[in-house]
Design a protein around this ligand. Structure first.
Ligand code: TYM
Length: 335
């Protein structure tokens, strides 16, 4: 059977958090044993909103280090930095000519990010999803592990792939990629508000667990996390009625692998203090070794540069084959 091709990316725009880990990066490491995997640090996406150059460079190293610290093995997967592989920007231009303005107008993430200020956003932020489609289609990736906030972008990628195949009468040239989204932890919510997504851009650091948080910080954040005035609910249905509680249960499941019913049989009817203390312990066990490893790897930029360089070379080679075919299909003169 053919191996699947898996591609995903993370923006180097600030501290990575538990949502990035549970929703996406944890699955990257899981998928690398049985598939051809490419994991990209998407700096071209990051600059759709202004980034301080020094911070961008530092965050690019840190995201690469986080990939490694979360178990992505450069011997099994291609780890690379998007701007080091020119094919991403080249294919993005072509896909901009396939994608319809009406399709982009429907993208909820652009609306969320631009708010009432859309006229003043970069045009790159508006066409961001076509660059994401290019990331995926440049390697003919078939599976894309992401959090559920990226689902709409994946649907758009499929539409773009389909339209390219139809317009150029190249049936099945681009595969229609499938999102790989894990139920329950595909949208980790803020610790302060169970109706908003855990996010790098939330002004309150208490809303999220960062992968670099130390033990004390994790304990404090979980202690302060919003729950309910009642004791712990006794059924799944009741849990689901309180978004903050449901979120903590999902996080607990995500970091331990225990099921919700196992957790319920242990904590139902109790107050939240034991639950929170055990959840903090589980988080410390999972998150702190990652943070420590990132700190260690950040001391060795030479090694990180080498990982990025080797990954970029492999990604360039793979992408050049697809891009050459694309140029041929659309009628560019061959050299
Ligand atoms: P980014 O950098 O915002 O987030 C990286 C990954 O983390 C997931 N994620 C979450 N999952 C669960 N709960 C949360 N609270 C949460 N917050 C973030 C995101 O869904 C994502 O999977 N556009 C993408 C990056 C990208 C990409 C790609 C992804 C560029 N090209 C190609 C896949 C394939 C983004 O902004 O992710």
């Amino acid at each position: 059977m053919n191996k699947k091709t898996v591609l995903s990316g993370v923006q180097p725009t600030g501290d990575l958090h538990l949502g990035n880990y549970l929703g996406a990066i944890k699955n990257f490491a899981k998928m690398q044993n049985e598939n051809d995997c490419l994991f990209c640090v998407v700096d071209l996406h990051a600059i759709t909103i202004f980034q301080d150059p020094l911070e961008l460079r530092n965050n690019t190293y840190e995201t690469t280090a986080a990939y490694l610290a979360c178990g992505i093995d450069p011997k099994k997967s291609i780890i690379f930095n998007q701007s080091q592989v020119p094919g991403h920007a080249e294919l993005a231009w072509i896909l901009n000519c396939i994608c319809r303005v009406g399709w982009l107008n429907r993208m909820t993430q652009f609306k969320e990010k631009s708010g009432k200020n859309s006229e003043n956003m970069s045009s790159g932020l508006f066409t961001y999803p076509t660059l994401m489609a290019a990331d995926i289609l440049l390697y003919k990736a078939t599976h894309v592990p992401v959090g559920s906030d990226q689902k709409q972008h994946l649907e758009l990628t499929r539409d773009i792939a389909q339209k390219f195949n139809n317009d150029y009468k190249s049936e099945n040239f681009f595969p229609l990629p499938e999102p790989y989204i894990e139920k329950d932890i595909s949208r980790v919510m803020s610790l302060r508000d169970g109706n908003s997504k855990m996010s790098k851009s939330d002004p309150s650091d208490y809303s999220r667990i960062n992968l670099k948080d130390d033990q004390d910080t994790i304990v404090k954040k979980i202690k302060k996390s919003k729950t309910a005035d009642t004791t712990i609910p006794i059924s799944d249905d009741q849990i689901n009625k309180i978004p903050e509680v449901s979120n903590l249960f999902n996080i607990f499941v995500g970091v331990t692998g225990l099921t919700k019913s196992e957790l319920l049989s242990k904590y139902a009817g109790q107050n939240f203090s034991n639950f929170k203390s055990d959840l903090s312990d589980a988080l410390i066990e999972k998150v702190c070794p990652i943070g420590n490893e990132v700190t260690k790897l950040m001391q060795d930029k030479k090694y990180l540069n080498q990982i990025m360089y080797e990954g970029a070379m492999k990604a360039r080679e793979k992408s050049a084959i697809v891009l050459k075919d694309v140029y041929d299909i659309i009628g560019f003169v061959k050299q």
